[in-house]
Ligand binder design. Structure first.
Ligand code: G6P
Length: 470
């Protein structure tokens, strides 16, 4: 196997397995983000194929060397469902659900992180750049640095980093901070996340921090500087805008409106079925507006796409039951023969269909209780070439830092969400245009390619700077 100058290490490979055992590019944003960088360098991608027990040798896919990591069924349960998604996920999203701290999960997390680090160390060429992605792999930067001090190591945290008062609950808080500090640059979505991380490092490890620099002691008594900074992720805005121009997609949008009985306004929510997304808060506000008679099902329909996610984790199973009960109640109370209050879809859709839904929707509801970024907000905006449509956006989503012209809400304030929905439904076309133009400008001027280039340029510069003796 050829060694690579540039290596991505992520929990998931950028491909999914199809029915006949072949591989197909997965739709995720990270895959798109990495495409240009991968093509410029001889890239490799280390990751899990997404199913337990699959053993596959490294193989080439569209010019990238893919290095599959095998996880046993036990490891999927302990490392992925347990430690990653029942401990870190809820803890880092402000304990909206209660994190569980289990030592067997932690042990598996360490073991699996080591496997990823070893695979990356093996595939990386002398002096290569390795970019580790997200909370499933927080120990990999340190493990890699120990094994391969010649590498330049970046890490990007796609989800929030919590306030120290919450982070300090973690029994393994020191190991996690030390793990992350193995990187030369540690990227976060928001300035506030980078600040929370630096504070945790000061409080827990007593290291000195200056602006975004963290002084990390080396084993030989010298120090190096690791950078902790915000690099808000984005989307490939042009591809969404192009899809929105396709005649088939536009026809599909009209068909969707028609099939919903041509309501005056369509409200839309698109989320993974996750308790961080505030889906129940949104249903509550909408149900009360119907109850109050301020909206009627003849006028308005809410389409809620909740794509299946982490279905073997208890908190997700419970949330699904609760949402389905809420939807059933609201529809039972308010549907008529010809109109429905909520069209609920527990399914995942290809990108074309999502864009058709975005075009059909007059109002996009993003009511996350906590979210690293929320790319759906950016995708909606990118498809609105007509400068129409209204985005309602939670201040607890990272996207709120950039999308100031959205209608901003606190999803916990149900009356506030109700008012925001009414404002959106009644907004004049000229006001929609004024806001949408500003939103679109931001999304078009800061794309996912800008994101990866900015991160990698900072990473390259940090290494040069360390190399010159600081
Ligand atoms: C979030 C995380 C990603 C994760 C994705 C889907 O966006 O930041 O790391 O891949 O959710 O979750 P899953 O558990 O299916 O990978």
């Amino acid at each position: 196997m050829d060694r690579a100058e540039f290596v991505i290490v992520a929990n998931r490979l950028p491909v999914d397995r199809d029915e006949d055992g072949g591989w197909r590019r997965s739709p995720g944003g990270l895959v798109t983000a990495m495409e240009p960088v991968m093509h410029e360098s001889q890239g490799a991608w280390v990751g899990w194929p997404g199913q337990a027990g699959i053993e596959v040798e490294p193989f080439e896919f569209e010019g990238t060397m893919l290095v599959p990591i095998t996880l046993s069924a036990d490891e999927v349960e302990l490392y992925y469902e347990g430690m990653s998604n029942d401990t870190f996920w809820p803890l880092y999203h402000d304990v909206i659900a209660a994190p569980r701290y289990r030592r067997v999960w932690w042990d598996a997390y360490v073991r699996v992180n080591r496997r990823f680090a070893e695979a990356a160390a093996e595939v990386a060429a002398e002096g290569a750049t390795v970019w580790v992605q997200d909370y499933q792999l927080q120990l990999v930067p340190r493990m890699l640095r120990n094994a391969r001090p010649d590498l330049t190591i970046g890490y990007f945290h796609h989800i929030p980093f919590p306030a120290y008062g919450l982070f300090s609950q973690l029994p393994w808080r020191r190991q996690v901070l030390e793990g992350l500090l193995g990187a030369d640059v540690i990227g976060f979505q928001r300035v506030a996340d980078a600040g929370n991380f630096a504070r945790a490092v000061r409080r827990q490890l007593r290291y000195v921090t200056r602006a975004s620099g963290i002084h990390v002691p080396n084993p030989d008594g010298t120090t190096r500087v690791a950078l902790a900074k915000a690099f808000p992720i984005s989307i490939d805005a042009q591809s969404y805008s192009d899809l929105a121009e396709k005649p088939e997609v536009r026809a599909r949008a009209a068909e969707i409106r028609e099939s919903l009985g041509n309501p005056r306004k369509i409200l839309l929510g698109v989320d993974r079925l996750d308790y961080t997304k505030g889906i129940r808060h949104r249903l509550k506000a909408y149900g009360e507006l119907l109850e109050d008679g301020r909206l009627t099902v003849e006028d308005v329909t809410l389409v809620q796409v909740a794509s299946p996610s982490r279905e073997r984790v208890q908190a997700y199973m419970q949330l699904r039951d609760e949402i389905e009960q809420d939807v059933g109640r609201i529809n039972g109370d308010f549907d008529t023969m010809g109109h429905t209050a909520i069209r609920y879809l527990h399914q995942a859709y290809p990108r074309d269909e999502m864009v058709a839904l975005f075009l059909a929707a007059d109002v996009m509801l993003v009511t996350a209780l906590r979210d690293g970024m929320n790319l759906v907000a950016k995708e909606y905006v990118a498809t609105r070439n007509d400068n129409r449509g209204v985005l309602i956006l939670s201040e607890f989503a990272g996207a709120a830092d950039e999308l100031g012209s959205a209608i901003r809400i606190n999803p916990h304030d149900i009356d506030g969400v109700k008012e925001a929905i009414m404002t959106a439904v009644e907004m004049s076309p000229s006001e929609q245009g004024r806001r949408m133009r500003a939103l679109r400008r931001r999304v078009r001027e800061h794309t996912v390619t800008d994101w990866s280039r900015a991160f990698l340029a900072t990473l390259a510069a940090s290494k040069r700077w360390q190399g010159s003796g600081g």
